[in-house]
Write a protein that binds this ligand. Structure first.
Ligand code: GDP
Length: 460
């Protein structure tokens, strides 16, 4: 198995993350001859990635201001053995001199490092996340080891290092890669009916693949695009054939749903269902019921999809029995816009699982969403947009000193994350960041996709 080392100063939450990754399979070191008691090892799992985890904790009781030499030795040994090191910092406490010291060792090691900002539930780690860029390990992954948030991002970050050849990052970014799609929604929205219709006539099911997570089931099938797009010409001007047969892996939560039906707490469990499916999806279709409209529970699921950084499409089912369709459509659009700023411009499609109306359009939108989710915008294009956005609405000047935003770059995709460098960025109001976010999503065609912006101070 590939090895993952969890590194960090005391109290950043290494053991909590270790326990989350290893779960019950925890092998305490005391039982393993030849390994010092200062470290724990176990077999970890994140979705379908399996790896050995080394936790270098064991000093949590000691003076947190000093770093004993043996801790350094442990850390160096663990890192040398590992294919990848997870460098944990405490997002609420921010970067401290010990973190900086560990960062210096890690920079001199050959092992790749994923920077992880822990304790990031809610917004409490926003400052810590920004500060952590200064450690020089690129885009940090924000997680909450305790609450299990950000695990999908951690999974994405670990993939290239420990995939064992299973998921090549180049593969998952390719336009012909299989689309991982989840259909979620409240009970009775029509999910089962819709999935049956999708997998029904004319669709080739290439074999059910059970057990991607314990509770969800994946079905691979081929969608025939009735209206395929012409691909862009390559550098030599050659145009490839349009893709008419496209692979889709549909994540179903059938097992969970059955269990939910015999319980009272339907609403609560349906969110848990959705979470399992969302973890594994690139694009999530949130299915609404036209006869019910948008309810608080739907917004909760949508919010979760966005927090987990998945692309989102809203499909309004039972359109065959919808009354006053256009008012309903506009009403839902307005409620989405009010509900969450990141839902502005999210694609909305009217469908009927009974008649099949809108289903091809829905899958087509899901492929477009995946394309946007995966896209990298060149720094040139980005900065032309950025300059125009700033010229149209300059940042404020608190206390008479203008906040200067200098340039912007895309730090990541899946989902897209941007970094903006500037001075006094800590004083930039949230409303301004939202202005930029909405502009990026509107002007650069990220409609279905949650976009992230990190601000970073730069003195020149
Ligand atoms: P799930 O709990 O989300 O899987 O919902 P089901 O697929 O079990 O559907 C719930 C109810 O809605 C069933 O009675 C379906 O027959 C009905 N239903 C599903 N899709 C449609 C549709 O497109 N139009 C209409 N009129 N009813 C539908």
């Amino acid at each position: 198995l590939p090895t993952v080392a969890i590194i960090g100063r005391p109290n950043v939450g290494k053991s909590t993350l270790f326990n989350r990754l290893v779960g019950k399979k925890l092998a305490l070191v005391d039982d393993m001859p030849g390994v010092t008691r200062d470290r724990r090892e176990g077999e970890g799992r994140l979705y379908d990635l399996e790896f050995k985890v080394i936790d270098t904790a064991g000093y949590e009781d000691e003076d947190p201001q000093s770093l004993p030499g043996r801790m350094r030795m442990q850390t160096e040994r663990a890192v040398a053995e590992a294919q990848v090191a997870l460098f944990l910092i405490d997002g609420r406490a921010g970067v401290n001199p010990l973190d900086e010291e560990i960062a210096r060792w890690l920079r001199s090691s050959a092992t790749p490092v994923v920077l992880v900002v822990n304790k990031a539930e809610g917004k409490q780690a926003n400052d810590g996340i920004m500060e952590s860029y200064a450690l020089g390990f690129g885009e940090p992954i924000a997680i909450s080891g305790e609450h299990g948030e950000g695990m999908a991002d951690l999974f994405q970050a670990l993939l290239p290092h420990i995939d064992g050849g299973k998921f090549e990052p180049a593969d998952i970014d390719a336009p012909d890669a299989i689309l991982k799609l989840a259909i979620v929604g409240r009970p009775n929205a029509g999910k089962s009916t819709l999935i049956n219709k999708l997998l029904g006539e004319n669709r080739l099911i290439t074999g059910p693949e059970a057990g991607i997570t314990r509770d969800s089931i994946a079905v691979d099938w081929i969608w025939r695009d009735p209206d395929p797009k012409m691909p862009e010409p390559d550098e030599e001007g050659n145009v490839a054939e349009p893709m008419t047969e496209r692979r889709v892996r549909l994540i179903d939560t059938a097992g969970m749903r059955k269990r939910a039906k015999v319980q009272d707490k339907l609403e609560k469990l349906s969110v848990a269902d959705a979470r399992h499916a969302i973890d594994f999806a690139e694009v999530v279709v949130l299915l609404l019921d036209a006869t019910k409209g948008l309810e608080a529970q739907d917004l909760k699921i949508a919010d979760h999809v966005i927090k987990e950084g998945r692309a989102l499409i809203i499909a309004i089912n039972k359109w065959d029995v919808a009354e006053n369709g256009s008012a309903l459509f506009q009403g839902i659009r307005a409620a989405l816009n009010d509900g969450l700023s990141q839902l502005k411009g999210v694609p909305m499609i009217a469908v009927s699982a009974f008649t099949g109306k809108g289903l091809d359009q829905m899958i087509s939108a899901a492929f477009d969403a995946r394309e946007a989710w995966t896209r990298r915008v060149s720094t040139g294009v980005l900065n032309r947009w950025f300059e125009a956005a700033i010229a149209a609405n300059p940042p404020p000047a608190p206390g008479g000193k203008r906040i200067k935003l200098r340039y912007m770059t895309q730090a990541n995709n899946r989902p897209p994350a941007f970094v903006i460098f500037g001075t006094r960025v800590d004083q930039l109001p949230d409303s301004y960041t939202r202005y930029l976010l909405n502009g990026i999503r509107r002007d650069l065609d990220f409609g279905a996709v949650p976009v992230r912006i990190n601000l970073r101070a730069r003195s020149n």
